[in-house]
Design a protein around this ligand. Structure first.
Ligand code: PFF
Length: 445
C-alpha cells in the first residue's frame, strides 16, 4: 500500500508533539513525589544520570527505528528484524501495541479525574455548587462519565491526522502548559511555608544513594517520563522525514521533559509545605504524601483554604494537568491507529473509533475491577513492558538490524569514529546496563 503518509510539518512541531507525549502526569505528579521521598536532590541527580546513560539512548533507538523504516511500530519492527525473523518483529510490535492500550487504560482514567477537577472550580465560579461538589468527589459515576469524555477528546485530535491534529494541538497546548506552570510556581513560591519545600527538594540527602531501589525508581520514572516502550515515540519518529538528525531531536525532547519535571518539583513540593503551614497533614510517617491523596485531597483542600484566589489556582492547576495528560495520550493512541490504517487498510476515522472503543472497554474493565486491576496494570506497564521493550530496541538497533540486507547501510554503521562509538555504546553498554537494572527490579519484587 503506498498512499502518502501524513507527517510533521516542522522540526519544532515534531519536538513539541514528542515533548507533549513525554511531558505528562509522570512529570508533574510522579517526578516531584518520587524526588521528595527519595532524598530530594540526590534523586534528581540519579535521575539525570540514568536519563543520560540509558533513557535517552533508548528513546533514540525507538525513534530511530521509526524514522528509518517510516512505518507504524508493527511494520517498523518487522522491517528492522528482517535479517532474523519478520515474525519476531511483528510480535514485538504487537506487544508494544498492547502496551500502548494498557497504558491508555489506566492513564485515561486518571486523566478523567484531572478533567473533572478542572471543571469543578469552573462550576463553582458560575454558581453551580452542587455540580462542583460532584465533580470534585471521586465516584463511580464520575469515572463512567469522564473516562469516555477524555477518550473522545483524544480521538477528535487523532482523527484530524498527524499535522493537523497531533502537531497542531501539541504546538498550541505545550506553550500554554509552560506558561501556566511558571505562573503557578511564581504564585506558590510567594506563599508562607514554600521555602521549606524548596529546601527539601533541592538539598540532596546523599545517604539515600546507598539504597539500590533509588536507581530502579529513577529508571522506571525516566522511561515512563520519556514515553519509551510502547511505540508512541517510534511512530512519531516515523512521521519525521527520513534521516532527520535524531540525536539532536532526542536531546531537545529530553531537555524539555527534564526541565518540566524539575520545574514541577518546584511547584508540588513547596505547595505541600504551604499546605502544612495551613495546618494540613502532608506527611505519612516520614514520607511526604504522594499518591492520589496528594493530588485529589490535599491540593483541593489547600486551594479551598486559599480564599477567593483558590478557585482560580485550582482551575489553572487541574487544567495544566489535563493538558499534560491529553498530549501524552496522543502518541500511544496513534500506535494502534497507524497500525490499523497502514497494515489493515482501515480509514483513519474507522481506526480511531475502533481504537477508542477498545480503550474504553479496557478502561471500563479497570473501573469495574478497580481494586484488583488498577495497580496491576500500572505495575505491568511500568515495571515490565517499558524496560523489556527498551531492551528490545537496543538489541534491534545494535544487533538484529545489522543482519538484514535492506537497511544495513543506514543502521549506525557510518564510518565516522564518533558514530561507531555511539553504535558500540548502544550495542554493548546499554543492553548490559539495562539488564542489570531489570534483574534487580525482578529480585526486588
Ligand atoms: N510520558 C508520560 C508521562 O510522563 O506522563 C506517560 C506516557 C505517555 C508513557 C505515552 C508512555 C506513552 F506512550
Amino acid at each position: 500500500m503506498s498512499t502518502m503518509r501524513d507527517s510533521f510539518q516542522s522540526r519544532i512541531g515534531f519536538i513539541l508533539a514528542a515533548a507533549g507525549s513525554a511531558i505528562g502526569l509522570g512529570n508533574i505528579w510522579g517526578f516531584p513525589t518520587q524526588a521528595a521521598n527519595n532524598g530530594g536532590g540526590a534523586f534528581v541527580f540519579v535521575y539525570l544520570i540514568v536519563t543520560v546513560l540509558l533513557a535517552l539512548p533508548a528513546l533514540y533507538a525507538e525513534m530511530y527505528i521509526g524514522n528509518q523504516t517510516q512505518k507504524n511500530p508493527v511494520g517498523a519492527l518487522q522491517d528492522a528484524c528482517e535479517g532474523v525473523s519478520r515474525n519476531l518483529g511483528k510480535y514485538a510490535g504487537l506487544f508494544g501495541l498492547l502496551g500502548a492500550i494498557l497504558m491508555l487504560s489506566f492513564y485515561t482514567i486518571v486523566a478523567g479525574w484531572m478533567l473533572a477537577h478542572a471543571l469543578s472550580p469552573l462550576m463553582d465560579l458560575f454558581g453551580f455548587t452542587d455540580a462542583a461538589t460532584w465533580l470534585g468527589e471521586s465516584s463511580h459515576a464520575r469515572n463512567l462519565a469522564f473516562t469516555p469524555v477524555f477518550i473522545i477528546l483524544g480521538a477528535l485530535i487523532i482523527n484530524q491526522g498527524v499535522s493537523k491534529g497531533i502537531e497542531r494541538w501539541s504546538s498550541r497546548l505545550m506553550p500554554i502548559l509552560f506558561v501556566l506552570l511558571i505562573g503557578l510556581i511564581i504564585y506558590i513560591l510567594q506563599q508562607p511555608g514554600a521555602s521549606e519545600g524548596v529546601a527539601m527538594y533541592l538539598q540532596p540527602d546523599f545517604s539515600q544513594l546507598r539504597d539500590p531501589m533509588l536507581i530502579i525508581s529513577a529508571m522506571g520514572q525516566a522511561f515512563f517520563s520519556l514515553s519509551i516502550g510502547v511505540g508512541g515515540m517510534m511512530v512519531y519518529g516515523s512521521y519525521m522525514k527520513k534521516n532527520a538528525n535524531m540525536g539532536q531531536l532526542v536531546l531537545s525532547i529530553g531537555a524539555l521533559d527534564t526541565l518540566i519535571a524539575f520545574l514541577a518539583g518546584l511547584l508540588i513540593i513547596p505547595t505541600l509545605f504551604v499546605a502544612q503551614h495551613l495546618g494540613l497533614e502532608v506527611f505519612s510517617g516520614d514520607k511526604l504524601i504522594g499518591g492520589p491523596q496528594l493530588i485529589f485531597s490535599v491540593l483541593p483542600t489547600l486551594f479551598d483554604s486559599m480564599g477567593d484566589i483558590g478557585v482560580y489556582v485550582a482551575l489553572v492547576f487541574f487544567s495544566l494537568m489535563s493538558m499534560a495528560a491529553l498530549t501524552s495520550t496522543l502518541s500511544s493512541t496513534e500506535v494502534p491507529v497507524a497500525y490499523l490504517v497502514e497494515d489493515k487498510n482501515c480509514s483513519r476515522t474507522k481506526a480511531t473509533v475502533l481504537v477508542s472503543l477498545i480503550v474504553l472497554i479496557a478502561c471500563m474493565s479497570i473501573v469495574y475491577n478497580f481494586d484488583s486491576l488498577f495497580g496491576l496494570v500500572i505495575t505491568w506497564v511500568n515495571t515490565f513492558q517499558l524496560p523489556i521493550m527498551g531492551l528490545f530496541y537496543f538489541i534491534v538497533v545494535g544487533w538484529i538490524w545489522k543482519r538484514g540486507n535492506q537497511l544495513t547501510d543506514q543502521a549506525l554503521l557510518a564510518s565516522k569514529p564518533s558514530l561507531r562509538l555511539w553504535g558500540n555504546y548502544l550495542r554493548f553498554v546499554c543492553p548490559i546496563l539495562l539488564s542489570i537494572v531489570f534483574i534487580n527490579v525482578l529480585m526486588a519484587l
